[in-house]
Design a protein around this ligand. Structure first.
Ligand code: FMN
Length: 325
């Protein structure tokens, strides 16, 4: 059994292992979140791609699938975001991760209701602002990550220690983590735990289309790129749509032209409907390390065992702190 060097997240969320499943549009419904929570991590229902009524439904469904703590992720950039915050409160959710906006907009009512509030950042200055605004922890998400991304291209390896020295609230490392050795590396950098997206998107319990999951399994380490940097930076798996956007950007296409090409519903088309050519396929650089579509339980077992092996390798002893031999 791993003796985690830092137990702040376990105490904050009431969980066994400091492993958070990131909110992911089109992938993180009740089934995924509940499976991660049942395995001792923290599952999050991602509100981003859900209509408010579906979001409420998924929260209720998760309650029927797990008695362990779970939370929600609410990106703050959508018109329905304030309504989703209200629904989370009405439904008694007490762990709220926000992203893509300022947590200042929503933190007041969330804290008044007794929620643990965590915000996702891609720059240490924003981590400081989150701490000042009253966030209980920050997710520090590096350039490697799947989905929307910071413009500054700060890698997780650099971002995590920058944030650890900038704030005193727990830092949750995200971006480029799919193995237990990578979890151990983040702990070595001072993170209290990790948030994992891509690896959990490619599991049996994720709601992503089977063709999307297979495309990630087939992908290599260099098959994702950040596009739409001047608009809404997003890391996508290579396909016809992504290549077209990259070509347009290379010839200096205007923002309006890019927006017109992007249109609406590209993410749904790619990740829920399985259109591998014309849909948006959001996934991180770790795609190359993802070779199968296991259950969440299998992923968690591998993460824990591999993390323990890595710690033993580094300390020459046992991961629980007892002497070797
Ligand atoms: C398919 C996909 C969708 C995502 N959607 C969201 C989202 O709705 N809100 C959010 O805060 N982050 C989102 N993310 C980011 C994840 O929550 C997580 O921070 C990120 O995936 C971590 O990097 P990794 O993919 O290397 O594990 C998404 C990531 C992926 C892969």
């Amino acid at each position: 059994m791993i003796r985690w060097p830092d137990t702040r997240l376990q105490t904050l969320f009431g969980i066994d292992h400091p492993i958070v499943q990131g909110g992911m549009i089109c992938n993180s419904g009740a089934k995924l979140a509940a499976a991660v929570s049942n395995a001792g991590g923290l599952g999050l229902i991602g509100a981003g791609s859900m209509r408010p009524d579906l979001f409420r439904d998924q929260i209720r469904k998760a309650r029927g699938l797990t008695s362990r703590p779970f939370g929600v992720n609410i990106p703050l950039l959508y018109p329905h975001s304030p309504e989703c915050v209200g629904i989370a409160l009405e439904e008694g959710v007490r762990i709220v991760f926000t992203s893509a906006g300022s947590p200042k907009k929503v933190i007041g009512p969330l804290k008044e209701a007794g929620c643990v509030v965590v915000h996702v950042v891609a720059h240490p200055d924003l981590a400081v602002k989150c701490e000042q605004a009253g966030c209980d922890a920050v997710v520090c998400e590096g350039f490697e990550a799947g989905g929307h991304n910071g413009r500054e291209e700060i890698t997780t390896l650099v971002l995590v220690p920058e944030c650890v020295r900038a704030v005193s609230v727990p830092v949750i490392a995200a971006g480029g983590i799919a193995t237990g050795a990578q979890v151990a590396a983040m702990l070595a950098l001072g993170a209290a735990g990790v948030q994992i997206g891509s690896r959990f998107a490619v599991t049996q319990e994720s709601s992503g289309h089977a063709a999307f999951k297979q495309a990630v399994v087939a992908a290599g380490p260099g098959d994702t790129h950040l596009v739409l940097k001047a608009h809404v930076p997003v890391r996508l798996l290579r396909n016809a749509f992504r290549d077209r956007i990259a070509q347009m950007e290379a010839r200096g296409a205007a923002r309006e032209e890019l927006e017109a090409e992007l249109g609406h519903g590209r993410a749904r088309r790619g990740m829920l409907d399985g259109d591998l050519d014309e849909g948006e396929l959001e996934i991180g650089q770790v795609a190359g390390l993802i070779d199968d579509i296991p259950t969440v339980g299998e992923v968690m077992t591998r993460l824990l065992e591999d993390c323990e092996r890595a710690i033993v390798r580094l300390t020459g002893g046992r991961a629980d702190g007892a002497p070797a031999g």
